[in-house]
Design a protein around this ligand. Structure first.
Ligand SMILES: Cc1cc2nc3c(=O)[nH]c(=O)nc-3n(C[C@H](O)[C@H](O)[C@H](O)COP(=O)(O)OP(=O)(O)OC[C@H]3O[C@@H](n4cnc5c(N)ncnc54)[C@H](O)[C@@H]3O)c2cc1C
Length: 100
């Protein structure tokens, strides 16, 4: 995945006429893997709604970095935690009202 992403990144820079492309792939130990169960309004382009509830199965919730529709440039964990706390409130409301 890293090698693939690196080549794609280089291609972007080359397309932008970069004179030189530097890579740091061997010195980066961390990974921020996000996406694959992205949230969104449209079930044809997303897996979950903005609460992490899957469009297809109402009582199935996703609570991790896979919810992200895109990747920012900063560390994701606090945003993952904020989304999960928000989701817990929503979930508790649904359970209390017998909606799921
Ligand atoms: C070395 C390193 C450093 C990092 N440093 C930072 C940082 O400083 N700040 C920051 O914000 N982010 C950092 N990150 C990224 C951050 O750790 C991740 O983005 C975040 O933990 C993702 O959370 P998650 O809940 O999506 O997945 P994870 O934290 O990976 O949780 C997934 C869980 O699912 C479990 N699991 C997997 N498969 C199964 C299965 N089949 N059945 C049951 N359980 C399963 C795994 O054991 C794991 O506990 C770092 C990542 C790495 C690798």
């Amino acid at each position: 995945m890293k090698a693939y992403a690196l080549e794609k990144g280089k291609a972007v820079y080359r397309a932008l006429q970069a004179k030189k492309v530097h890579t740091m792939v061997d010195v980066l130990p961390a990974t921020h893997n996000m996406g694959t169960a992205r949230m969104g309004k449209d079930p044809s382009t997303s897996v979950c709604n903005s609460w992490g509830q899957t469009h297809d199965i109402p009582n199935l919730f996703v609570s991790d970095g896979s919810l992200f529709p895109t990747v920012g440039c900063e560390n994701p964990t606090l945003t993952i935690v904020a989304l999960v706390l928000r989701q817990a409130d929503y979930l508790s409301g649904l359970l209390n009202h017998g909606e799921i």
